[in-house]
Structures are given as C-alpha cells and as structure tokens.
Design a protein around this ligand. Sequence first.
Ligand SMILES: *[C@@H]1O[C@H](CO)[C@@H](O)[C@H](O)[C@H]1NC(C)=O
Ligand SMILES: *[C@@H]1O[C@H](CO)[C@@H](O)[C@H](O)[C@H]1NC(C)=O
Ligand SMILES: [Fe+2]
Length: 428
Amino acid sequence: MVKVWGLVAILLFVFAGNVLSYDRPATRKNIVIHPSNNDDPTFPEQVHISLVGLDKMRISWITTKSLIMPTVVYGTESGKYEGSANATTTSYHYLLIYQSGQINDAVIGPLKPNTVYYYKCGGPDMTQEFSFKTPPPQFPIKFAVSGDLGTTEWTKSTLEHVSKWDHDVFILPGDLSYANTLQPVWDIFGRMVQPLASQRPWMVTHGNHEVENIPLFHSTPFTAYNSRWRMPYEESGSTSNLYYSFNVFGVHIIMLGSYTDFEPGSDQYQWLENDLKKVDRKTTPWLMAVVHAPWYNTNEAHQGEKESVDMKKSMETLLYKARVDVVFAGHVHAYERFNRVYQDKLDKCGPVYINIGDGGNLEGLATRYENPSPEISLFREANFGHGQLVVENATHAHWVFQRNDDDVLVQRDSVWLTSLLADSSCRI
Ligand SMILES: *[C@@H]1O[C@H](CO)[C@@H](O)[C@H](O)[C@H]1NC(C)=O
Ligand SMILES: *[C@@H]1O[C@H](CO)[C@@H](O)[C@H](O)[C@H]1NC(C)=O
Ligand SMILES: [Fe+2]
C-alpha cells in the first residue's frame, strides 16, 4: 500500500512539475489592524497621499469624529510648518450597518521637486508628524508597481519589500482591499498601507473588487473606492475618478478603468482619445498605461472576460497608434511579461504588456498556464511580489520583478525597455 502511494506521489510530482517549477507559496491569512488611537476621535489615521498636477500633493486621512477645521500644515523642516491648506470632508454609509469615518483631503503646494516635506494633518491639536518626498525633476524616476493587494500576511510582505526600495511613486493596477462589501476591511487596508502611502504618492486605478454594488441594497458602484481613494482626474480633463492620467517628469501615465464604460463613444473612450492627442513626447518621452483586467494573458485564470476582450478590442488601436511603451495590468494573481505586441502578434511598435496582479490577496495565486507558452509571452511565474521600474533616461528603462520569497533583491525577471521614441521606424 505504501509503495502504491509512493508511486502515485512520484507520478503526481512529475506531472505537476510541468506546471509548477517548484512549490508555490500557499495563501496566507488576513490581518486585522485596529485603530492606533481609539480614544481620540480626531486622531488622523489611514493617511495616504497622491500626486495632483506636477507640483501638488493630496493628503487624505480619516477621523472618527468630524473636525471643526480639518487642516494640513507642512514645511521642508521637521517641526516648522510654513504652509497650510484646508481640507474638504466626505463620508459614506453602506447598507444600514456601516458608517464610514470622516474622510478628509487637502491639496498642498506648490511643492519643490525631489524634496522631503514634513506634515501634520488633523484638527486644532495635531501631534503626529509624517513626511514624504516629491518626485525628482529629472531622470531617473523610480516606480514600484503591484496590483491585487488585499490585507494578508503576503500583502504585508510585499509592502515590506517595497519599503526597502527607495522609489518615487507607487502604482496600483486595481483591486485594493478585497473588502468585498465588508467595509471595515477598507479601514484595515488604509491602516496597513499608511506607513508607505503616507511617504510616497500612491496612484491607483480600480479593479472588480472596487465595484461593491449590491442590486436593490446598494446600487451605487465604487462608493468606498471613490470616497477613500480620490485621484487627480479633473486635472487631466476626466469627469470620473475611475480613469485619469498624470505626469511624473518625463513619463505620462494613463490610468484606465476596466469596470466602467470603455466602448467607442463612451466618456472614457473620448477622454482617452483626447488625452493621447495632448501627449507631447518631447516633454514626456515615455508613455504608459495601467488597467486592471489584462488584454494579454496566458494564465488559465480570467480568460475570455469581457473587460479584457472587449476593452482590448475597443482601445488597443488607440494605444498602439499613440506608441504606448508599456501597459501594466493586474487581476491575474501571477506575474507575466510579454514581448511588444499588437493584435495578438509580435509588433515592434506595440506596447510591452506586463501583468503584475500578485500583491498578496487572500484568493491566492493563479498557477496554471496555457501550454505550450505562446511566442509572445516571454516570462511567466505565479508568485507574490512587486515590480520595480527605473526610467533611466528618455530612451531606457529597467524593469525588475521581485518575488516576496527572496529577502534580498533577486532579479527573477529583469529586462531593459526602450522607449518607442528611440525607434525611428516607429515614429508617428
Ligand atoms: C482655512 O479656513 C479658515 C477659516 O475659514 C480661513 O481663515 C483660512 O484662511 C483658510 N486657510 C487657507 C490656507 O485657505
Ligand atoms: C540611457 O541609459 C542607458 C542605460 O543606462 C545608456 O546605455 C544610454 O547611453 C543612456 N542614454 C543617454 C542619452 O544618456
Ligand atoms: Fe481583479
């Protein structure tokens, strides 16, 4: 009997070996983080920041009680606050059981580039000082990228890895908290990301887990996401927090929305067309896009979903004709990098597609792939981790996928990307 099972185990191992090159890490449990100062209802928590235009920053924080005059004070020296800005406050309720805290946000600036600012946010008596650094006014620019975060032990591991790397901006291609309508999980997520998101701008777009509408009970989609994670959409001419664009020095980044209208003629489509027209590759030689549901994916997970298939059909040509350099996506809980592609074929003027939806959520990894691997897919691995993109200059950027399992930086996948501007035969 033992022998039979031994044989079965060996056969299973050999068979599985085709799919899995080594033991995939298992899912880890969700973390609960309580507010750090329960008895002070004006204590600022869930602090996070985001870029607004080239020289401003939005500071967001939540308090239990509404503040009489929610304010941010800031300056370039610790303890000395020359600037101040008043915040606007919003809150929401979800079903009958959840009432959010007071969500305050204030836009501060103009700020100097590549400068550490110290700030406090809250009401009249603010105690805790935070700090952030503004992005530099020149290359290199460093982006950390990780989607599908959630609030698990793996998420914590990803964030710890990211915090060890001195990046300028964090980019999140959708699926933030995995609250899945349990609103207190949004608060846990806010507390979990604060150490990082209060220090560097977090630029996010939405995923399916942000929708959170329940027919008849809560018919408005994106209530928590739009209230808690306001992005600079007006500044880029968008009428919706669900898609927008922004610049970081020489990089123009378009944050698309997979779970809102994307068909030709839709607001998002028209906005994208206009946004692409406004891009000046002399000032922003790099052009990137971020979306949740990937347009290219050889994992067995999430095949054939309309957000991937139909959105690609609608918008791929727009991005191709604008010579977008890279498209980041999430949704599939694994890492995959493609060659330059357009309409499913190798095309030297098409974007490089990178799926990095493996930030660490509770649903676990997507380990099964189509075999054999199609020629356009260059690297795929189901592991938790994050990506590091260093835009070195107008023509060269270095991309690394870092897996959580490795304490030191192991370049699991690393590649030099060149801007399509550098290829004269792709010039528009
Ligand atoms: C903030 O609001 C107060 C009260 O309305 C006002 O006196 C102050 O000038 C405002 N501060 C800024 C920076 O706008
Ligand atoms: C851009 O960076 C790459 C990689 O470091 C380097 O080889 C190239 O010479 C640089 N280009 C310019 C114009 O400095
Ligand atoms: Fe997703």
